[in-house]
Design a protein around this ligand. Structure first.
Ligand SMILES: [Zn+2]
Length: 455
């Protein structure tokens, strides 16, 4: 496959890409009347790319062609088949659009060939997929685009286009089926959420506790330069590094001792050599009398280290308690499942990947994807979903901090049972009240067609 196809996970048909006869054959599409279309092309330099141009005396084309014409340079002109695979200038190629059914079929072929590359890449990725990968591969697929059905429809009504129309429809359906199979395979490979998800949930819960927030700020502030009125405070890195190290280590073999050491080491790596800048932030009851130190700086250094030792101990104690609670809720608390509304689904951004396991649980409502202001290349558009998840997962999502999504916890609904429309509308109203209306009307509309699926 050509490198100008984007293979995934976020599907895209690149505008400056033309298929060749070979591409069409590989995708079981007849070249049909496209084979007869000739382009007038010109190039500026002997080995340069070809620019599709109009056949008249003054070739329209991209900036380069117009500049060359303005400079009175002699262009090399020729004709070439649309499907000949000539090295074309992409800026110009994006403008190549035959009229009528030929144009529709060219667009359809481009879409199908790109979807085929995407599906092949998905099939390769599926056997080793984890939940973040599953979400990335569902965030923007080729098969949500109604446009393709319109293109197939546009070929109807002319017998000479009938083979192309049928081949296009068949190829599209086959790819869609293959992709569905691969998506199912990826979900099976990702498996039920395990220790990694539980550890991430424990971290989010402890991170949201006020004590953790304060302790983290103090560790950072003791060694940072005093704030001037115009300085933006530098966020402390201690908790982030500590909790990541703890979670990564506990996931490996569930060894709390190793995780404690990793947590403390992560904090020391950042602060072991940091100088105390603000003695006033050290505890009022010092850990050392000061007699055994040769200078106030040396004493402050030891005090700072003692603060970190006390704090990291509290942190792993809290993390271990939270993890135990999460385990309990995950194991035997079917009655404690909750409704969970997420605005900004899927959590495909790097910073949200720890929430990806939520995709394992039943999805009750999903609105169409809507472009959001925060959307970037990581996830182009986001939907609102209503999920039914274990209690720990709902608390995890609510505690998770992200610019890309907000989570709102709803009523307790036992696993395997169906929420009432009243419970769902109460959650939608609550979410609208605290997060603003932000497309919740769409979720309410989806509620009209609400059906419980898959439970
Ligand atoms: Zn050009």
């Amino acid at each position: 496959m050509s490198t100008v196809l984007s293979a995934g996970p976020f599907f895209e048909v690149l505008p400056g890409w033309l298929p060749t006869a070979q591409h069409l054959r590989e995708a079981s599409l007849p070249a049909g009347p496209l084979a007869a279309i000739m382009l007038d092309v010109a190039r500026i330099r002997p080995a340069g790319k070809w620019h599709p141009v109009s056949p008249g005396a003054v070739p329209a084309g991209c900036v380069r062609v117009r500049r060359a014409v303005a400079d009175s340079r002699a262009l090399t002109r020729r004709q070439a088949g649309l499907l000949a695979g000539l090295e074309l200038c992409r800026a110009c190629t994006a403008q190549v659009r035959p009229r009528g059914r030929a144009g529709a079929y060219l667009d359809l072929a481009r879409h199908i060939i790109a979807a085929r590359a995407w599906t092949q890449a998905l099939e390769q990725a599926a056997p080793s997929a984890d939940w973040p990968a599953c979400l990335r591969w569902t965030a923007r697929t080729p098969f949500t685009d109604e446009n393709v059905l319109g293109l197939i429809e546009a070929l109807a009504g002319d017998p000479s286009w009938e083979p192309a129309r049928q081949a296009g429809a068949t190829a599209w359906q086959e790819l869609r089926d293959r992709a569905d199979t691969a998506q199912d395979q990826a979900r099976v490979a990702a498996g039920p959420p395990g220790l990694r998800a539980h550890a991430a949930a424990a971290c989010a819960l402890v991170a949201a506790q006020q004590d953790t927030i304060m302790e983290n700020e103090i560790i950072g502030a003791i060694s940072s330069a005093k704030l001037q009125w115009r300085n933006v405070p530098v966020p402390s890195q201690a908790w982030g590094a500590a909790s990541r190290a703890w979670a990564e280590t506990i996931c490996l073999d569930a060894d709390p001792a190793a995780a404690r050491t990793a947590l403390a080491d992560a904090v020391e790596q950042i602060y072991a050599t940091a100088q105390v800048r603000d003695v006033a932030l050290l505890p009022t009851a010092p850990a050392y009398s000061g007699d055994e130190f040769s200078s106030p700086a040396e004493w402050a250094h030891a005090e700072y280290q003692a603060v970190r030792a006390v704090t990291t101990r509290r942190w792993y104690q809290r993390l271990e308690a939270a993890l135990a609670e999460v385990h309990d809720q995950a194991d035997d608390a079917a009655s404690q499942w909750r409704l969970l509304l997420i605005i900004g689904w899927p959590p495909a951004a790097e910073g949200d990947r720890e929430l990806a396991y939520l995709a394992h649980y039943p999805e009750l409502i999903r609105t169409p994807q809507v472009p959001t202001p925060a959307s970037g290349s990581e996830c182009p558009s986001r939907a609102i979903v209503l999920l039914h998840v274990p209690g720990f997962a709902a608390r995890h999502a609510v505690a998770h901090q992200s610019p890309n999504l907000t989570a709102t916890m709803g009523a307790q609904v036992a696993a395997g049972s169906t929420p009432s429309p009243g419970q769902i509308s109460a959650l939608l109203r609550y979410a609208a009240a605290i997060h603003g209306r932000h497309n919740l009307t769409e979720a309410s509309a989806a509620l009209g067609s609400f059906q419980v699926s898959g439970e």
